[in-house]
Design a protein around this ligand. Structure first.
Ligand code: HEC
Length: 120
């Protein structure tokens, strides 16, 4: 079934292209975070480094002093929790101390999370 195979290849290429596009928009959206968060491993600014944040437990960066609220949240950073935190940090972690009021744009959050996923 050569047709099916090339269709599959095309679809795969297409989904990679969409993902890459998302990550490019996501990098732009990251400008909201860049003043407080480095993407270099171990480089903590006002906020902890976001290198490898996707899939990590909240409050796990060595040497960074988190709020108790964040440390005790029991959250793992995945698409759902990141989406909620970026939309409304205080809503997801009341008493947390990320001084960011939230990104209302759902498309922007999705793209930003796609970008964060590449930081591994
Ligand atoms: C004005 C500074 C500031 C800005 C802007 C900011 N953050 Fe933060 N961020 C912090 C601080 C401080 C913490 C630690 C919060 C705590 O301990 O409760 C934090 C924590 C986090 C965490 C938890 C990390 C972990 O290791 O558990 C994530 C994820 C995060 N920020 C993502 C973002 C994203 C994405 C943006 C941009 C949309 C952003 N932040 C914008 C200061 C900031």
């Amino acid at each position: 079934m050569p047709y099916l195979r090339s269709l599959f290849v095309l679809l795969t290429l297409f989904s990679h292209a969409v993902f890459a596009q998302d990550a490019t928009l996501g990098k732009e959206k990251y400008q909201d975070c860049v003043s407080c968060h480095s993407i270099k491993p171990g480089e903590n600014l006002l906020g902890p480094s976001l290198f490898g944040v996707y899939g990590r437990k909240a409050g796990a960066v060595e040497g960074y002093r988190y709020s108790n609220a964040l440390k005790k949240s029991g959250i793992t950073w995945n698409e759902d929790s990141l989406n909620r935190y970026i939309a409304d940090p205080q809503g997801l972690i009341p008493g947390g101390r990320m001084p960011y009021s939230g990104m209302p744009d759902a498309q922007g959050r999705k793209a930003l999370i796609a970008y964060l996923m590449t930081l591994q």
